[in-house]
Write a protein that binds this ligand. Structure first.
Ligand code: NAD
Length: 246
């Protein structure tokens, strides 16, 4: 894709899926803000990319921090055109009748409020820049449930409604907004939370009998961000190896 002259923000860009998106955007010519709560991870990825990337610390659960991230992008690139709301956390694993209230609130803050804040502050910047494109990273768990992760599943379902409504608001104003639904992807998020048996079980739930890779999610995300997707807005796109086909 040709992202020359475009500036992008990828939240959670310091690891996993976000890092793969950062690398592909930069390889295709964009200037990229690697925004992450872990400055160490963000700087690692930004320095791998070189001068077209800049690390910025953000907590997507904090509106002021997200607003500052958007300003930093405008300063770095001279305008903002692309946003990937990718930062997300899994939260506690427990049935809803026992779910820790503090974990519930934290997951909603980062995964849902964080995506709203991203669009809230990036959209005015994109309007100033003459238009843009946004991808919200949801999940297969935006359309099906899973036991033990009610907070996560609730946020990912909510992202689809947020994506559709905002796409309707900006469809004729030069800003396209879509959601991506990855299946289980081999990233530090999974490595940190699941043992090998669980990972093998999950791999088997996909028609392709394997986990996905961050690069496979980056390919779809960058297509949706690019002008090749010029008539695509308000929709939810799976990259799930057939997980939700049954
Ligand atoms: P990851 O844990 O490898 O990376 C997430 C990054 O987000 C980390 O660098 C982390 O520091 C950062 N982050 C966490 N909280 C943050 C906050 N409050 N503000 C800013 N940054 C924050 O995770 P991943 O697997 O690459 O997941 C990325 C996105 O993809 C998430 O939204 C996740 O829900 C979604 N997703 C992942 C999978 C999967 O199987 N890995 C599947 C479907 C959807």
């Amino acid at each position: 894709y040709d992202f020359k002259g475009k500036t992008a923000i990828v939240t959670g860009g310091g690891s996993g899926i976000g890092a793969a998106i950062v690398k592909k955007l930069a390889a295709d010519g964009a200037k990229v803000i690697v925004a992450d709560i872990s400055m160490e991870h963000a700087e690692e990825i930004a320095s791998e990319v070189g001068e077209n990337a800049k690390a910025v610390k953000v907590d997507t659960g904090d509106a002021a921090s997200v607003e500052a991230m958007v300003k930093a992008a405008e300063e770095f690139g001279g305008g903002l055109h692309l946003l990937v709301n990718n930062a997300g956390i899994g939260g506690a694993n427990a049935p809803v009748g026992e779910y820790p209230v503090d974990s519930w609130k934290k997951v909603i803050d980062v995964n849902l409020h964080g995506v709203f804040y991203g669009m809230r502050y990036a959209i005015p910047a994109m309007q100033k820049a003459g238009g843009g494109s946004i991808v919200n990273i949801a999940s297969i768990l935006g359309s099906v449930g899973i036991a033990g992760s009610s907070a996560y599943v609730a946020t990912k379902h909510a992202l689809l409604g947020l994506t559709k409504s905002s796409a309707l608001e900006y469809g004729d104003k030069g800003i396209r907004i879509n959601a991506v639904g990855p299946g289980f992807i081999k990233t530090p998020l999974l490595d940190a939370n699941l043992d090998q048996d669980t990972m093998d079980y999950l791999a088997n739930q996909h028609a392709m009998k394997r986990l996905g890779t961050p690069e496979e999610v980056a390919n779809l995300t960058c297509f949706l961000l690019s002008d090749d997707a010029s008539f695509i807005t308000g929709s939810y796109h799976l990259v799930d190896g057939g997980y939700t086909a049954q």
